[in-house]
Design a protein around this ligand. Structure first.
Ligand SMILES: N[C@@H](CCC(=O)N[C@@H](CS)C(=O)NCC(=O)O)C(=O)O
Length: 126
């Protein structure tokens, strides 16, 4: 398959905040139908299949993952968004729903996660 006919594939884990970032970007930019989305539920048979598929191509499997071009696999949500944004000539900064999510719920969940890690660390050291 050539780059011209290849449809990029994104691998998204249900309820993963980083995966939702990619999904929102694809939906709001209108690119969702240009991409094959492989969703899975954590701890499912589907997850095991997807991990086995990705393993040979990545140092460490994490989600979201994507095959952007034939044989070009990436795992960082920001890199995945940047690739599709550049390809479509879209600026994520100007996308209302995407920006609201990234600057709002997503940023807050990252902050709370970090705080929780620090509290756990302090509690175990006490
Ligand atoms: N920096 C990464 C973080 C992604 C991340 O931590 N994803 C979690 C799921 S929410 C993950 O893959 N955890 C390890 C795993 O499921 O094997 C990104 O922005 O894509």
């Amino acid at each position: 398959m050539t780059s011209a006919t290849f449809k990029p594939i994104v691998y998204l884990k249900e309820n993963c905040p980083f995966c939702l970032k990619v999904r929102l970007f694809l939906l709001e930019s209108g690119l969702a139908s240009d991409v094959e989305t492989r969703d899975f539920v954590p701890d499912s048979e589907q997850e095991a299949k997807i991990r086995a598929e990705l393993q040979p191509h990545l140092d460490k499997v994490s989600f979201p993952s994507a095959q952007l071009e034939p044989g070009r696999y990436v795992t960082e949500s920001d890199d995945i968004v940047a690739f599709f944004a550049a390809k479509a000539g879209r600026d994520p900064a100007g996308m209302t729903v995407y920006r609201n999510y990234v600057d709002g719920v997503f940023a807050m969940s990252m902050k709370l996660w970090k705080e929780n890690q620090e509290l756990k660390k302090a509690a175990s050291a006490a």
